[in-house]
Ligand binder design. Structure first.
Ligand code: FAD
Length: 450
């Protein structure tokens, strides 16, 4: 008998998971509430670029589609910090040859949908899941154009319908003892498009992620293929100063950019037009458990949506697919066992990437421009270079390895505690690269609690 599966959501994670399942011999049907992304114009606020890193690439490679994604990915080997005075500081992300990659969400999604379809997955567009009985595998859809409803049966269902998942809300949340939390951070984000120069060249260094850290708020910019940069301003919603609500006139917006991001202001045409074109959006961490029941499992943002400050939301969703695929092989397609193993294994990692993302939010916001922080990074890089088996910086563990997020979080916090002591040693600025400091760190590593 043919193995059949239903996926709700043809976003980034749903379409990758479809590829895995088709590769494993399943007949895959995807129901997507939007119209076909390949034909649609990408809406403002949805054209964000994403940073794709090792975990994402591993999952794409394992599904044998990484080579098709490579052409739309731009390598960024480090951050370039823009000070108020316009001074630029480069911080490499990892070792030589290591990079994260800027990809347009829309282009990536189009490509993944294209690949899934070519491989044989069937996608039904404008079909919005409105109800789900997870015990019996009964799903109700409403067509967003005709408003016509249909009910289908499926023995195997994946909710890949994003942070505000209907599969979770209408299906799993009805279960007794279902845990759920949704927490918005104080900051929202607004996107701006920095266009290319007239000759198509980039206005900023193309192979870096640009950051204008300003304490309580920041602007970042990631390169696009066409010479432009997608820029995102992260800032509190509320407050008298430096908050979205305080920028309530065009004059205040201009003044804000002129005084806080002067080098950006100088190269950004049509600032006001762009400011008004793009919506202001919120950022939340959504936790839940269990992630599965009977016929149904949640993957990607539906299971563990996070704030974007580690650039890992999509990467962690892609890793879900990698893990599920391994479990599918290990447990010979016995889905009851696979679901139980999957949520047990992955939930701590989902929690950890949420904790890590929130942690990096504070780091990017408050510390990246701090001289002590920069010195700490130099010390860590030195130890990593001399003792790679003992010390891998947290950023590298998360971004350039497949160490479990939960392990990286634990080790990272132990390293933080050690560095806190080191950085407060008298005269550290002069002796940071000495044998003495190296020995203290190694001793502390040997004596750290398990
Ligand atoms: C500002 C910002 C920056 C980010 N930067 C990064 C980054 O640099 N790196 C990174 O890895 N991640 C990043 N992320 C996170 C990343 O965007 C998400 O983790 C990723 O999109 C999750 O993919 P998904 O497929 O699970 O969900 P989504 O991409 O949200 O896809 C869900 C799909 O389900 C469909 N759908 C929703 N409801 C229904 C329904 N009821 N019925 C049918 N279909 C439905 C939607 O239309 C959509 O196509 C960022 C997020 C934000 C907000």
């Amino acid at each position: 008998m043919e193995k059949e599966v239903t996926i709700i959501g043809a976003g980034l994670v749903g379409s990758l998971w479809a590829v895995y399942l088709v590769n494993a011999g399943y007949k895959v049907r995807i129901y997507e509430s939007r119209s076909d992304i390949r034909k649609a114009e990408i809406k403002a606020g949805k054209s964000i670029n994403l940073a794709l890193s090792d975990r994402g690439w591993n999952a794409l490679k394992n599904a044998e589609i990484d080579q098709q994604i490579k052409p739309i990915a731009i390598p960024m080997s480090g951050r370039i910090m823009h000070s108020l005075e316009g001074e630029l500081t480069f911080q490499p992300y990892g070792k030589e040859n290591q990079a994260i990659y800027s990809v347009s969400r829309g282009d990536l999604n189009k490509k993944m949908v294209e690949i899934a379809t070519q491989k044989g997955a069937e996608i039904f567009y404008n079909e919005k899941c409105i109800d789900l009985d997870t015990h019996n595998g009964i799903i109700t859809f409403e067509n967003t154009k005709t408003k016509q409803q249909q009910t289908i049966h499926s023995k195997l269902i994946f909710g890949a319908d994003g942070a505000f998942s209907k599969v979770r809300y209408a299906g799993l949340q009805k279960l007794p003892r279902f845990n759920y939390s949704q927490n918005y951070i104080e900051d929202g984000y607004k996107e701006l498009l920095l266009p290319a120069n007239e000759d198509g060249s980039y206005k900023l260094d193309k192979n870096a992620l640009h950051i204008w850290p300003r304490g309580r708020f920041m602007l970042i910019a990631l390169p696009n293929d066409d010479g432009s940069f997608t820029c995102t301003l992260f800032m509190p919603y509320e407050g008298d100063k430096n908050a979205f609500e305080s920028l309530d006139t065009d004059e205040k917006v201009i003044e804000f950019f002129k005084t806080t991001f002067p080098d950006f202001y100088d190269i950004m045409p049509n600032l006001l037009e762009d400011w008004h074109k793009h919506p202001l959006s919120g950022l939340a961490i959504i936790r839940c458990f269990p992630w599965s029941n009977g016929t149904t499992a949640l993957i990607g943002d539906a299971a563990h949506a996070t704030v974007p400050f580690y650039g890992q939301g999509m990467n962690s969703g892609f890793e879900d697919c990698f893990v599920l695929n391994s479990l599918m092989e290990e447990h010979n397609h016995n889905w009851e066992t696979i679901f139980k193993s999957y949520e047990k294994l992955r939930k701590p990692d989902g929690d950890a990437i949420q904790d890590l993302s929130l942690h990096n939010y504070y780091v990017m916001r408050d510390y990246v421009a701090d001289p002590k922080f920069l010195l700490q990074k130099k010390i860590e890089a030195r130890i990593f270079e001399r003792h790679p088996e003992k010390w891998m910086p947290l950023y590298s563990q998360v971004t350039f390895s497949d160490i479990r997020y939960s392990e990286a979080w634990k080790v990272g916090m132990q390293q933080e505690a050690i560095m806190k002591d080191i950085i407060s040693l008298p005269g550290i600025e002069e002796k940071w690269d000495s044998e003495e400091i190296e020995q203290i760190i190694l001793e502390k590593l040997d004596n750290k609690p398990e």
